[in-house]
Write a protein that binds this ligand. Structure first.
Ligand code: NAD
Length: 308
């Protein structure tokens, strides 16, 4: 049985990923500071829990001991918060990632799989973007993820660590009650009968990927034999404007005419983004199959049961 450490395993993506890893018979350890995620999300799962901070050398060393693979999800994940506080973002994301990489090399970890981002890292480019697109991040969050990718490449080159880089689209699904992104905000607004707030004129677009599809992609990346520091976009390949998303969420909640209001666009957020996933399809057979309406219906059901 192989042993995997999932950093940030009590967060949104971690909580969706852990059951899939257990189904595949991995022994799983989680490192999480619980600053954003929740232990309730992983209640009843047969995982070892280590409470600690990815920025702390002692916590990192404790967490990687005896582990074959690190799936590194822990991060400060908000574009808007990174614009307000770029220094904390830097300490958490490039700083925390460098610390986890060093601990992994020292402990003889075989591979290190990293959760990067598509849209925020590449910035305002003509979509669909792919692994050949030139990264020009316009937010500290995007810049920090690009720096992390640089370190993943450097640790493969300098220390022979088998690193892999996944660039996620905008992920949505169960266990996202604490998130600040559009799907969570829109579901909460519709349920509370408050207007859905869009920043900008509603034409900004994103690539929304359902968690089950993403997590199948993560396990595929972890298990694939890839060249060191391979970068793969895990995305739906579909472009959806935030106005379309707002209408879909309202319809899912049974209020198709729900009020939508517009506010000024926020700095640091890209205008259009969606990504092609051909390389992931070719290398790991990535094939996202959950349509947006179906995924939103499942997400709404989870919120109704656990949050609303
Ligand atoms: N959700 C998305 O749409 C999306 C898109 C692109 C990339 N990503 C990346 O995927 C990863 C997971 O995202 P998520 O949506 O699950 O985020 P999340 O905030 O729900 O989960 C992050 C987890 O990391 C933990 N954490 C944060 N800082 C920590 C620290 N210093 N030490 C230890 N634990 C810490 C939090 O408590 C939380 O449980 C992140 O790296 C994020 O940047 C997410």
């Amino acid at each position: 049985m192989k042993k995997i450490l999932v950093t940030g395993g009590c967060g949104f993506i971690g909580a969706n990923l852990l059951p899939m890893l257990l189904d595949r018979e991995y022994e799983v350890r989680v490192l999480d500071s619980l600053i954003l995620g929740s232990r309730d999300y992983i209640k009843g799962l047969d995982v070892e829990f280590v409470q600690g901070d990815i920025r702390d050398a002692g916590d990192a060393a404790r967490a990687v001991r005896g582990v074959d693979t690190v799936i590194h999800l822990a991060a400060f994940g908000s574009v808007v918060a990174s614009v307000e506080d770029p220094k904390t973002n830097f300490d958490m994301n490039p700083g925390g990632t460098l610390n986890m990489l060093q601990a992994s090399v020292e402990a003889g970890v075989e591979q290190f799989v990293f959760s990067s981002t598509g849209g925020a890292l590449i910035g305002n480019a003509e979509p669909p973007v792919n692994e050949q697109s030139l990264p020009k991040p316009i937010s500290p969050y995007g810049a920090g993820k690009l720096a992390c990718e640089g370190y993943l490449n450097a640790f493969a080159g300098s220390y022979g660590l088998r690193t892999k880089i996944m660039r996620f689209a905008n992920v949505y699904g169960p266990y996202s009650g604490h998130k600040l992104g559009a799907v969570t905000a829109f579901i909460k607004a519709v349920h509370a009968n408050e207007p859905i707030v869009l920043f900008g004129d509603g034409s900004a677009s994103r690539d929304f990927l359902y968690t089950d599809d993403l997590c199948r992609g993560i396990t595929g990346v972890a298990e694939a034999d890839l060249a060191p520091a391979t970068v793969l976009h895990l995305a739906s390949g579909n472009e959806t404007t935030v106005l379309e998303l707002a209408r879909l969420v309202a319809a899912t909640g049974g209020r198709p005419d729900h009020e939508i209001v517009l506010r000024d666009a926020r700095p640091g957020e890209v205008q259009r983004n969606f990504a092609a996933f051909d390389l992931a399809r070719e290398t790991i057979g990535f094939n996202p199959s959950t349509g947006l309406e179906e995924g939103l219906a499942r997400t709404w059901d989870w919120f109704r049961e656990h949050v609303l």
